[in-house]
Design a protein around this ligand. Sequence first.
Ligand SMILES: Nc1nc2c(c(=O)[nH]1)N[C@H]1C(S)=C(S)[C@@H](COP(=O)(O)OP(=O)(O)OC[C@H]3O[C@@H](n4cnc5c(=O)[nH]c(N)nc54)[C@H](O)[C@@H]3O)O[C@H]1N2
Ligand SMILES: Nc1nc2c(c(=O)[nH]1)N[C@H]1C(S)=C(S)[C@@H](COP(=O)(O)OP(=O)(O)OC[C@H]3O[C@@H](n4cnc5c(=O)[nH]c(N)nc54)[C@H](O)[C@@H]3O)O[C@H]1N2
Ligand SMILES: [Mo]
Length: 764
Amino acid sequence: MARPAPRVDPAQDAPQVSAPKETAAGLPAVAHALRMSQEQMGLKRTVLTLGRINQKDGFDCPGCAWPEGEQRHKAEFCENGAKAVAEEATLRRITPAFFREHTVGDLAGRSGYWLGQQGRLTEPMYLAEGSDTYEPVSWDRALDLIAAELKALDSPDEALFYTSGRTSNEAAFLYQLFAREFGTNNLPDCSNMCHESSGSALTESIGVGKGSVLLDDLPRADLIIVAGQNPGTNHPRMLSALEKAKAAGAKIITVNPLPEAGMVRFRNPQEVRGVVGTGTPLTDLFLQIRLGGDQALFRALGGLILGTDGAVDEEFVRTHTHGFEEYAAAARDLDWEETERATGLAWKDIERAHAMVTGADRIIVCWAMGLTQHKHAVPTIREIVNFLLLRGNIGRPGAGVCPVRGHSNVQGDRTMGIFERPEPEFLDALEKEFGFTPPRHHGLDTVRGIAALRDGKAKVFVAMGGNFAAASPDTRVTEDAMRRARLTVHISTKLNRSHVVTGTRALILPTLGRTERDLQATGPQVVTVEDSMGMVHASRGRLEPASDTLLSETAIVCRLARRVLGPASTTPWEDFEGNYALIRDRIARVVPGFEDFNARVHRPGGFTLPHAPRDERRFPTPTGKANFTAAPVEYPAVPEGRLLLQTLRSHDQYNTTVYGLDDRYRGITGGRRVVLVHPDDALALGFPDGSYADLVSEWTDGTRRRAPGFRVVHYPTAKGCAAAYYPETNVLVPLEATADTSNTPASKSVVITLETAVTAPTAA
Ligand SMILES: Nc1nc2c(c(=O)[nH]1)N[C@H]1C(S)=C(S)[C@@H](COP(=O)(O)OP(=O)(O)OC[C@H]3O[C@@H](n4cnc5c(=O)[nH]c(N)nc54)[C@H](O)[C@@H]3O)O[C@H]1N2
Ligand SMILES: Nc1nc2c(c(=O)[nH]1)N[C@H]1C(S)=C(S)[C@@H](COP(=O)(O)OP(=O)(O)OC[C@H]3O[C@@H](n4cnc5c(=O)[nH]c(N)nc54)[C@H](O)[C@@H]3O)O[C@H]1N2
Ligand SMILES: [Mo]
């Protein structure tokens, strides 16, 4: 039997601390996943559901975007994938009675954890102007309300259409089509806060904003560098791929301020030796870098390669690259003291890394949020490209760039046109296919969208999934901005903070999740997704929907579009709603690489999208070559007595969805308000382990932001650095603190001071 939802909010945050673990996965992970699944789903549904994750006729795991291999295990999922599924396939339900019992004011005082624990949303709900209680509303009335508000705007650019990364290709394609037929490119998405920096950097450097590595490349590599990523928690299936690569002879360098459990040692629960043994040590060289030191590290490695006879692939550099001389001049001109200051690394460790690099013919670099969420994220990632180009490590097997994406379809949503700055060619194709004139001026991204709401320039906010209020930076500014909207609309599976930080009016539109059967006029539908490596495949849910009233994301968009656009739109929205294959026919004609989409997506395992640098060593940049860059090396400046804080994920959360209050690998249980600080720094600042501190961030304009009541944990992080969980610490990240070019919030380098906690540690 599933357990009922908790009635009391465990807002008491009293974290217990023990030593961090070295090993990830193994049997404890299996046990943990099964316990959480059973609490939410009961035993029978647990067995039924977990068996279908990532199977060829099953559904795509709603966890991360790591790809599935050709050869699938019977259990092709990980602990955290199972938790993501349990969160969606839970038997708990939120009915209209729940909203009668809990006013919006009441819900706004609850933790995100408690809100999520209440179960699946089942009915469309409406919060009228001046009311403090959501009331049930029919789909027709809900959609009429949105249409009326949208039509009342002075300009289509006063509306924002946000997307999170779980939305299927079909729903995403129609959503952007609707927004553009309505007349705006205001399509902010979670990618703006995530891998935008990777997209910006790679587009400029190699002409394609996606990774160039396929799953098969990992076991062919001689060296894999994993920088700024915690796969043991966030991409657990990646550990099996790394284990396989090691077995085939690859070496691994880990670059991280934290010694993360999975990268130290991995116990594969699918192998006997992983269950009874001590596991595979994965990392050969651990570079415990300071936050934000990566550009300096890769520049230094470049300089060392240039100084090593025969280390540069001159033929590749001559034939395929542009800008080498300028880059080489900058990289040869190395300042060792500055490199050590920026990276916090000892010189001999960088030389050790260099020896491994020159000893390796084929090199892959993987990264995630540790690199993308800094002011200088874009030049940092371009520096990785410089480093790889030197030895010809792009466009051949076993080598390349591997940004590891977050949400399971975040890459696909972008491919489908969810982007505030669309390419003219994409708009041309839409125009030709659908016979309307799409807006050509750029729209607003997440951060600019918040500013527009704050300044009264955006008035209607619609979200296709996600939790905008909690995921965005500068919580107070963002929440005030949301409250200024005339209407906020959330198409969601689960209750979250964004539903209770509302505009003058608000709607919650409940929708189907990945695991559920999607029955339309022409029968059951499949949807498609694209993983982190450009593989497109089908996903078919089979569970009975959480309620009869739910509509699919696709159906909601089609019905909304018909109401808002009326007969002026010649797009066959009704046909699309009834048969998703018709949407795929259109995608095939608009988006390059999707030719013959309907036939190819039903092949076992799907198909891989083309990638010019990977497939043909062709670089579709303005120079026609892969571009070296010689940006000045940057790293965060931290004044005396301050720490540099990164905001990251615990093991028991999926972004803003908190599954539980433990972070098992880091030895934290029963609470989330912890700050991990090096013992020397903590003691120098006067904070013994177990003391409590307020985290106070300082921004260049003199403003200070406070997150109260964090337990100080002495932890082996790099010196000068600290770590605490997101979203509790988003309040500290100024809206203006973003990465150059990509405008991604710089959530991994927040300058803070610790102040003795003035409040007792209670609130969660
Ligand atoms: N279970 C689970 N899975 C997830 C998610 C989740 O929340 N839970 N989220 C999904 C999403 S949307 C995403 S984007 C990914 C996120 O996946 P990750 O990027 O792994 O997520 P974070 O927890 O932000 O971890 C950042 C890592 O980078 C390191 N780091 C921070 N700053 C620096 C730096 O300056 N340099 C270097 N070298 N390292 C640094 C941190 O110590 C940490 O190990 O995971 C996806 N998968
Ligand atoms: N400080 C700080 N801030 C960060 C980050 C950080 O590292 N530090 N990371 C950033 C990153 S990488 C990301 S990707 C963003 C995440 O930003 P979002 O994607 O906006 O946030 P999530 O927490 O993933 O959204 C969870 C909600 O999505 C809804 N949902 C789940 N599944 C479905 C579905 O199938 N359909 C629909 N319609 N709704 C669904 C549920 O209602 C759930 O409550 O946060 C960013 N914010
Ligand atoms: Mo993400």
